[in-house]
Design a protein around this ligand. Structure first.
Ligand SMILES: Cc1cc2nc3c(=O)[nH]c(=O)nc-3n(C[C@H](O)[C@H](O)[C@H](O)COP(=O)(O)OP(=O)(O)OC[C@H]3O[C@@H](n4cnc5c(N)ncnc54)[C@H](O)[C@@H]3O)c2cc1C
Length: 526
């Protein structure tokens, strides 16, 4: 019972002081355990680097992310300067610029940085979820991996140096422009053209979804004149000396999209009209390399980002449920809430463990375009497993993140949907984007089905199920049976009643495979 009190003293301050004092890494014993499990001999050094990084991102960078995400700070494009020059300047708030410099100055892609430190830093960064920084981090990672393989001339080596250790104290930023108006998933249908101009190449045509438009360089897919093969090109946003003059390299920014999520990040429509471009890798292997290297890394990144957002959502929901009372007791004491909090924790932990576990396998197997035939059978199977798990994790973790963040929001009641009460609405909007970019769910589940069929001779479904779940996993025979049954269905692309039924089962099986993998990794960490 409570008596009237018009000066109602209720305050959220205790919750806020807890929340604002959380150090994402130092206060997360589970994450530290995951790092120790997977980072091996270098774990102490990774731990030290993560602690240092976390001190910045849990406090100052968190605040900057919150301000940058306010609607009045959304980025815009200024097409002309006051003297009539076309500049296409991306205008962003000071908070984003400070955050971006702080993060890129960490030289996350320096070859001297231990890969586990890099992964842990990217994971932590994604708990803030400021997409104007995290999206270009993912894009730069793909560009670095491409250039590690294919930087065979001075221009590309210079770009590589710029985006890894930096040039003249500035660390360059990457973007990737594949999608066109007629289709994003169907990259082979790209129409943008790469034309020879003496010894050089120039790009012509339109790209319709170009995020991180402020970047210094972009990986652009285009077809050489008269060819149906897709090539990869590196396009500098400004040619040397032109950045200060804001004279872009042969392209215009036509429009910035108005998006539901990742709204601190520009996603623009561009027209290329003779942009100077450098080919990256063999021009007839562009599709395999862009999918096998660039998109694969971005998909891995989506898994990490989804896990990080779930971890933050679960933590803040638990903190709030401890603080907030209803009907005379803390929310966490209600069995319904208790069960939901347990589920949030479980999803956050399994996704985190799964992402780190998959990263470990990726580091040891490496990335490649296509299914590949090199190496021993074991090596080939391992590369295939990693390739499929990356797609599976991308689609399932992104899917889970929307549910987890939405459930966390519901623990906050009506405050859960208030944009200025917690980070959750922003994480929720961004989670919806994570489902779509870097390959939407339907495209990935279909690709996995095709891959499993193509590999069935040398990697039968039963062996694949065992490799995902572990040889002694509970429910392995049931998983194997379902996998074997569905892989024998000829194609998921023909519209008939049986295929529709198989598609529904296949979609559910893909989600289940990921959870089995994640729980296996979770078991290794706890
Ligand atoms: C916020 C945001 C930022 C983005 N930034 C970039 C960027 O920087 N660079 C870039 O290149 N792209 C970017 N994209 C584009 C993104 O990668 C595409 O939206 C995505 O690839 C899907 O392409 P689409 O939108 O043309 O959808 P479509 O390809 O038209 O797909 C529509 C639907 O059809 C389904 N579908 C398509 N093909 C199949 C199939 N074979 N089998 C079954 N189902 C299928 C899809 O799963 C989806 O459900 C961005 C997208 C968003 C939302």
């Amino acid at each position: 019972m409570s008596f009237p009190d018009p000066s109602n003293p209720y305050s959220f301050d205790d919750f806020l002081s807890w929340r604002d004092g959380v150090d994402y890494y130092a206060d997360d014993a589970f994450l530290q355990e995951v790092v120790r499990t997977y980072a091996g001999a270098g774990a102490d050094a990774v731990d030290a680097r993560a602690r240092d990084f976390s001190k910045k991102l849990s406090f100052r960078w968190r605040q900057l992310s919150e301000v940058a995400a306010m609607p009045e700070n959304r980025p815009s494009v200024m097409h002309y300067d006051g003297h009539g020059h076309r500049i296409d300047r991306i205008v962003r708030p000071m908070e984003t610029l400070e955050l971006e410099r702080g993060v890129f100055d960490e030289r996350i892609f320096s070859p001297s940085l231990e890969p586990w430190a890099r992964l842990t830093m990217i994971y932590l960064l994604n708990q803030n979820g400021e997409s104007c920084v995290t999206c270009p981090i993912a894009c730069t990672e793909g560009m670095v991996a491409l250039l590690e393989r294919f930087a065979d001339n001075d221009e590309l080596r210079r770009v590589y140096a710029h985006i890894t250790d930096g040039l003249d104290g500035h660390v360059g930023i990457g973007a990737q422009y594949l999608s066109e108006i007629q289709g994003g998933s169907d990259v082979p249908a790209n129409l943008v053209e790469a034309r020879r101009d003496g010894a050089q190449w120039r790009i012509y045509g339109k790209k319709f979804f170009c995020s991180a438009t402020h970047a210094d360089y972009a990986v652009v897919t285009a077809k050489p004149t008269g060819s149906e093969q897709l090539g990869i090109f590196l396009v500098p946003s400004w040619l040397p000396g032109d950045k200060a003059l804001e004279r872009r390299n042969g392209f215009t920014i036509d429009r910035i999209k108005w998006k539901m999520g990742t709204s601190e990040l520009t996603t623009a429509e561009l027209t290329f009209d003779g942009a100077l471009a450098y080919p990256v890798g063999p021009l007839d292997r562009g599709l395999a390399n862009v999918v096998g290297i660039v998109l694969t890394l971005s998909r891995l990144n989506v898994g990490i980002s989804a896990a990080a957002s779930m971890a933050r959502a679960a933590r803040e929901a638990r903190g709030y449920a401890k603080f907030r009372t209803a009907f005379g007791q803390p929310l966490e004491r209600f069995p319904m809430v208790h069960a939901q909090l347990q589920s949030l924790d479980h999803f956050a932990r399994r996704s985190t463990a799964g992402a780190f576990g998959l990263y470990a396998r990726t580091l040891s197997s490496g990335l490649q375009g296509g299914l590949g035939t090199e190496g021993t059978l074991d090596e080939r199977r391992e590369r295939f497993l990693v390739r499929e798990l990356i797609m599976l994790q991308k689609l399932a973790a992104a899917w889970d993140a929307t549910d987890v963040v939405r459930s966390a929001m519901s623990i906050f009641g009506g405050h859960g949907v208030m944009e200025d009460f917690s980070v959750l609405p922003r994480l929720y909007r961004d989670a919806a984007v994570n489902e779509l970019w870097e390959g939407p769910r339907n495209v990935l589940v279909s690709q996995i089905h095709r891959d499993m069929q193509r590999a069935a001779q040398w990697f039968p479904p039963a062996e694949f199920a065992k490799a995902v779940a572990g040889p002694d996993a509970d429910g392995l025979s049931d998983l194997t049976h379902e996998l074997e049954t569905l892989v024998t269905h000829p194609s998921l692309q023909t519209l008939d009643a049986q295929t529709v039924e198989v598609c529904v089962r296949w979609d559910a099986l893909c989600q289940r495979l990921v959870h089995v993998w994640q729980d296996r990794c979770l078991g290794e960490c706890t």
